[in-house]
Design a protein around this ligand. Structure first.
Ligand code: TRP
Length: 373
């Protein structure tokens, strides 16, 4: 059977088969037992765990074993500043905030102006750096604790990162980078080195604190190849192997299984979009699981499983009961596509209103979060 999808850190296309991906990547599915273990510490399970939006992991059991013995862990995640932040980017960040609150963990947040500069022919370093600090506002707007959150834009934290990156780079062969990331002879040499830079923050808390601190990375599963490299080299450098917890992609507004992309405006809602724009985009582009006519819809019902408005609600509507009702009513044909789109629009508009206020305030406290050297 031919594979109908591609998942690499730079490209996600086609209908992703997540179970297959777990096998291909060699990660583990999050099972009920693990959820129970998390629940012991968090009280309530985050809706992203209940709904299996976070569905896969590496060594999360080990993180909990150590936590139960009184050892701290640190969170690590990041953002590639190739454009404005869209709401798909916020998914792991919202989840990080929950983990920070529940476990008291520090968060190390990497913003990769260097990566996006080397990757995108049209972007200058000035531009990616500027976008980096814009994106940082969205991170802060998620509500992180300034005393426990460290955001760094790579080229402004290069001294620390470079020293760590070259230690990693020395242990990674070209053939392994080619196999893991699909690099070819046409790949520029900066990108060939790049995986070492994204792996570096896995070990940053240990370096900064002078003791072994395991990192746990909440991120979409396309980033996992980096963690494979980082886990391979960890024992060689005397660091704990990084752990990871992976989320599903927020589907593109236009549906058909693909991921939202910051470079295709119609597929995404940005954190800076106005109420009008959000409403228009959803109305015009949100892929519908509804029937062709109202009559037919009332008779046969809609298909929430392919409907992007419904899918998006699973990522942003916290109330399980509300979500179940919407699912049922849409499937039974009681709720029409227009009504479902309105529910989503209200939800996103409301969410963004609060986010934009917090984003504005973040400008004043940006310095408290930024690491430079
Ligand atoms: N490469 C990521 C991107 O393009 C950015 C990134 C750097 C990242 N470090 C990370 C993402 C850690 C998740 C976790 O978006």
């Amino acid at each position: 059977m031919t594979k109908k999808y591609t998942v690499t850190p730079w490209e996600v296309t086609g209908e992703v088969d997540y179970d297959k991906l777990i096998k291909e990547f060699g990660t583990e599915k999050i099972n009920e037992h693990l959820l129970e273990r998390i629940k012991k510490h968090t009280g309530e399970l985050h809706y992203m765990l209940r709904r299996k939006i976070f569905f896969s992991h590496r060594d999360l059991n080990l993180v909990l074993d150590e936590y139960e013995k009184g050892m701290e862990f640190a969170l690590y995640t990041g953002r590639g500043p190739s454009g404005n932040t869209h709401i798909g980017h916020l998914v792991p960040w919202i989840f990080c905030k929950y983990l920070q609150d529940k476990f008291g963990a520090e968060l190390y947040f990497q913003i990769t102006d260097d990566e996006k500069f080397m990757l995108k022919p049209e972007l200058t370093l000035e531009k990616t750096n500027e976008l980096g600090y814009e994106n940082a506002l969205d991170v802060i707007a998620c509500g992180f604790n300034p005393d426990k959150t460290f955001i760094f834009v790579d080229t402004d934290y290069a001294k620390t990162l470079y020293k760590l990156s070259i230690q990693i780079a020395k242990k990674v062969t070209t053939s392994s980078a080619k196999a893991v990331f699909g690099f070819t002879n046409e790949t520029n040499i900066g990108m060939m080195f790049w995986p070492a830079v994204q792996a570096a923050p896995c070990f940053l808390p240990s370096v900064l604190k002078g003791k072994k601190i395991r990192t746990l990375i909440p991120a979409a599963i396309d980033q996992d190849p980096y963690w494979r490299i980082s886990r391979d080299v960890a024992p060689k450098l005397g660091f704990p192997k990084t752990a990871a917890i992976h989320n599903l992609f927020l589907p593109a507004l236009t549906g058909q299984g693909s991921k939202m992309s910051a470079s295709h405006e119609e597929t995404a809602v940005y954190t800076t979009d106005s109420e009008d724009i959000v409403a228009k985009k959803i109305k015009k582009y949100a892929f519908s699981g509804g029937q062709a006519t109202i009559d037919e819809h009332r008779k046969k019902g809609g298909n929430p499983d392919v409907d992007v408005s419904y899918q998006w609600l699973t990522f942003f509507e916290e109330d399980d009961k509300k979500l179940e009702n919407i699912y049922r009513e849409y499937k039974e044909g009681k709720m029409l596509t227009g009504e479902l789109k309105q529910i989503l629009t209200d939800k996103i508009v409301n969410f963004l209103k609060k986010h934009q206020e917090k984003r504005e305030k973040a400008k004043k406290v940006l310095d408290k979060f930024i690491l430079k050297d």
